[in-house]
Design a protein around this ligand. Structure first.
Ligand SMILES: Nc1ccn([C@@H]2O[C@H](COP(=O)(O)OP(=O)(O)OP(=O)(O)O)[C@@H](O)[C@H]2O)c(=O)n1
Ligand SMILES: O=P(O)(O)OC[C@@H](O)[C@@H](O)[C@@H](O)CO
Length: 418
């Protein structure tokens, strides 16, 4: 019998606190992601795990959260038979390299059990079980759950209850209420030694598999293991209803709107404007003279760019930036924004030199839209040529914030005035 294996005739020995307590994950860990449900409570045809944000399905974000963790070996994704091809396509399209796809069952427990059995030939020390519709999971918390599972046999994430739990009579009246302070909501990730979770499922009844919702309970009932419970962050919540999808989309997009790469050129006017914008904008601005230098390539991962030009007709500035983005092979799942800031001195030729009847930006913007690049223009006078410079800067700041946040197709190719 393997260490930690369950023997219903003899509950496992109490785990000696003096045994070696791992402080880092230096043992094999695999993940089972149950994703075999239909998401009925969202009211949508598309199962919520396949609902896309920025043209990428929710489950791909969850898988990514685990693939970023170096000490996780395999991620077993469990999907309904009818979604096997779709899931394989997602693995290929988004380059998921740690994933194995297996067929789910009629209930969550049956799906998880299928996932656990898929690991039987190359047993990990610890199995993390995590709902595929909880995409916001961090390595630090995964480590806590994993180490606790190795030490105690099982571990689970908990969150405070936000509503009191009450028991009802068969006639639908209040029978009694539970003291909320004594109870917690059970979330995922959960962790188990392979022996515990495999034995717990092997000993489960059909009723357990059909009606149960709690893996920790199976470990207690069938292996006498009291899971270690670890308070987790609010972001562990499960996408269940349609409004959860809106919340998830907002959280996914948020980091993409918080910074921008500013290509300033070497103009003094541009430097003055950028200094003012750094004070006015609630965004992190990474300012470079140009993006050609090797050390700046990390900035080509940005989702927002501000190209500053002064006077001369600067279509080539934008085209040079787009070329560099294409060299980076940016798979644009999410529209990328370029804001062309055109500073005009009183005696200079306007950047917005019209070619025929339309400003130069309009044609350029049209040629970029199919690349998912949204080009917007803002024109403003230089500080010396404006007696309302501060007002112009605040106007530019407001326009940049709105253009980045809204990414409105209606304003693409427009030259806005500040
Ligand atoms: N037969 C099932 C049912 C559910 N799950 C998965 O278990 C997780 C949590 O379940 P839940 O939120 O209930 O998902 P659904 O069952 O899809 O939702 P609903 O109950 O609204 O249909 C989800 O990732 C879901 O895909 C699964 O793998 N196999
Ligand atoms: O019950 P549902 O199928 O909606 O979701 C599964 C949850 O119950 C489960 O993820 C946690 O409670 C942890 O067991």
């Amino acid at each position: 019998m393997l260490d930690g294996e369950c023997n219903p005739d003899r509950p496992p020995l109490p785990r000696d606190a003096g045994t070696h307590r791992a402080t880092s994950v230096d043992f094999p860990v695999c993940v089972v992601l149950p994703a075999g449900g239909t998401g009925e409570r969202t009211g949508l045809q598309t199962p919520k795990q396949f609902w896309s944000f920025l043209e990428r399905p929710l489950i791909s974000y969850t898988i990514d959260a685990f693939e970023r963790v170096s000490w996780i070996q395999d991620v077993v994704v469990v999907v309904a038979k009818e979604n096997l091809d779709q899931m394989s396509g997602i693995v290929q399209r988004f380059g998921h390299r740690k994933v194995r796809v297996v067929t789910g069952g009629s209930t969550r427990h049956r799906s998880i059990y299928n996932g656990v059995q898929a690991l039987a030939e190359d047993r990990p020390e610890v199995v993390i079980i995590h709902d595929a519709v909880r995409p916001f999971v961090e390595e630090d918390f995964l480590s806590k759950i994993t180490l606790a599972a190795k030490e105690h046999g099982a571990a689970g994430a908990i969150r405070p209850l936000v509503s009191t739990v009450i028991a009802t009579t068969s006639e639908g009246f209040l029978d009694h209420s539970l003291e909320r302070a004594k109870y917690r909501a059970s979330e995922t990730p959960q962790g188990f030694t392979y022996e515990v979770i495999s034995q717990a499922y092997q000993r489960s009844s059909e009723s357990d598999l059909e009606f149960g919702t709690e893996c920790l309970h199976l470990a207690l009932q069938h292996c006498h293991i009291n899971a270690k419970l670890i308070p987790g962050p609010p972001t562990l919540w499960k996408v269940t209803y349609r409004w959860d999808l809106a919340a998830a989309g907002s959280i996914i997009k948020e980091p993409m709107l918080q910074s921008a790469c500013v290509v300033s050129g070497d103009s003094v006017h541009a430097a003055t404007l950028i200094t003012a914008l750094q004070k006015a904008l609630h965004m992190k601005l990474h300012v470079v003279t140009d993006l050609s230098a090797e050390k700046h390539t990390f900035l080509l991962k940005e989702w927002n760019y501000i190209q500053v030009s002064v006077d001369v007709c600067c279509r080539s500035d934008i085209e040079a930036l787009v070329t560099q983005l294409e060299v980076e092979k940016r798979v644009l799942q999410y529209p990328l924004v370029i804001i062309w800031l055109c500073l005009n001195t009183s005696n200079g030729k306007s950047c917005s030199t019209t070619e025929g009847k339309k400003p130069a930006i309009t044609d350029l913007a049209s040629s970029l839209e199919h690349k998912k690049i949204l080009l917007y223009g803002i024109q403003l006078p230089t500080p010396q040529d404006s007696d309302c410079w501060e007002t112009s800067v605040l106007k530019v700041s407001d326009l940049i914030s709105v253009l980045v946040k809204e990414r409105s197709p209606a304003l693409v190719g427009q030259l806005l005035q500040a």
